[in-house]
Design a binder for this molecule. Structure first.
Ligand SMILES: [Zn+2]
Length: 420
């Protein structure tokens, strides 16, 4: 099969401070994989005479990765104003109970992937509801490279959402979804819904099966107070997960807004990842993650929307909030870093950076076409332009999204629900 060479300006993130950029770039794609990237002329020199050239009006960047999003909260994203604990109990748990209905769940899953692809997201890690069938439904409808897991809750939530034991939970999941470690994430919702015994069982299950683990850690001050009352034997919040054996290099911890020096050191020692959710932290007024401490301790992190506390699934919107919130606290952050944290860092977090995350040769051809801001090549300026504007504009800004070389044109405009 002959290759297609896409011709457009391109940005290819390599790390927090580095990206490659071409004003007249060429991206050669064959069978869903990238064969070459570079200056258009150079790419054409090593190609074949019958390569098909497609000139694109816009700028090519890698597809986005969202490493913490509750797909079952997508219909109500940004709809409720409250702090974390009342938000969960009064709004979110009743909403998630609806996913016992498979017809409702299937329709919501289709809408979720339509909207995320529209916004340029090609991969990620999602939280499902407590229902094992909803995990299977999400995977059946999957567009892009996603992992998902049902939120395991044992107590402290409506009875319809809790499981009697880890064995019941895992048996159900395996039977209902049949997903392996590439697609299934072990997902204890958070410490307040789990006993130490349940968390230890989940930790052991994840280690033996090579599964990723995702959960929430230290999101809000009120939550932390409740957690420490419930686990008086623990040194701190992080210690609860550490004692359960849940912390390792395949563990992705959402938020980490309020951590002590001891806790940062534990995360560093265990090699955990942070899913940094600035738009969600802002929406629930949870506080600002201490980015300076994260950097000082060398803890890896990737950006995430945390829909539905985060009001938008758009990673451009998350990048905007990331840049504004940290700059407002006089912490230096660049557009280059924001783009890296929203793309390649997410793939690294998911253990997929060999096959995805940026535009390097041999990777999957996952990329997004963004509108050209015009003028000479200016990566920082362009990223600044793309992240400017209202949430709805950012959700609909990508001109097209390619996943494994297949082009997805915007068939729908994604919109937020009207305020309740
Ligand atoms: Zn969350």
């Amino acid at each position: 099969m002959s290759a297609v060479v896409y011709r457009a300006p391109m940005l290819n993130p390599r790390g927090a401070d580095t990206l490659d950029a071409w004003a007249d770039g060429g991206l050669r794609v064959r069978d869903g994989r990238i064969e070459a990237i570079g200056d258009f002329d150079a790419v054409m020199r090593v190609g074949e005479a019958h390569d098909h050239v497609e000139v694109l009006e816009g700028v090519i960047v890698p597809g986005f990765a969202d490493v913490h999003i509750h797909w079952v909260q997508h219909p109500v994203r940004g709809a409720f104003e409250a702090s974390l604990m009342p938000w969960l109990r009064e709004h979110i748990w009743p909403e998630e109970m609806r996913y016992a209905d498979e017809v409702f769940a299937a329709a919501a899953a289709r809408r979720f992937y339509t909207d995320t692809v529209r916004a340029g997201t090609v991969m990620g890690m999602s939280y499902s509801s407590a229902h094992a069938d909803a995990v299977r439904i999400a995977d059946d409808a999957r567009v892009g490279d996603w992992m998902t897991g049902d939120v395991v809750m044992e107590h402290g939530a409506p009875e319809a959402l809790t499981r009697a034991s880890v064995h019941e939970a895992i048996e159900l999941d395996r039977r209902a979804s049949g997903l392996g470690a590439e697609r299934y994430v072990v997902t204890p919702r958070f410490a307040l819904n789990c006993t130490p015994r349940l968390m230890a069982d989940l930790g052991a299950y994840a280690r033996v099966g090579g599964f990723h683990v995702q959960t929430h850690l230290s999101e809000s001050a009120a939550e932390i107070r409740e957690v420490l009352r419930e686990f008086p034997e623990a040194d701190d919040y992080t210690d609860i997960y550490d004692r359960a054996g849940l912390l390792g290099p395949r563990t992705v911890l959402g938020h980490c807004v309020h951590l002590s020096a001891r806790e940062w050191a534990v995360l560093r020692a265990r090699g955990c990842w942070i899913a940094h959710c600035p738009s969600s932290n802002e929406a629930l007024d949870s506080g600002r993650m201490d980015l300076e401490a994260v950097r000082r301790h060398g803890i890896p992190y990737a950006l995430a929307s945390d829909v539905g506390a985060g009001p938008s699934h758009s990673l451009l919107h998350v990048m905007q909030r990331f840049l504004e919130i940290h700059r407002a606290a006089d912490v230096a952050v660049s557009g280059t870093e924001a783009l890296y944290r929203a793309t390649l860092a997410g793939a690294e977090c998911m253990g997929r950076s060999v096959v995805a995350g940026n535009l390097d040769a041999s990777k999957r051809a996952d990329f997004v076409l963004l509108p050209s801001p015009g003028g000479p090549l200016d990566a920082e300026g362009w990223i600044g332009e793309w992240t400017r504007g209202a949430m709805h504009e950012l959700e609909n800004r990508p001109l097209a999204t390619w996943i494994a070389g297949e082009r997805h044109d915007p068939a729908t405009v994604s919109v937020n629900p009207p305020p309740p």
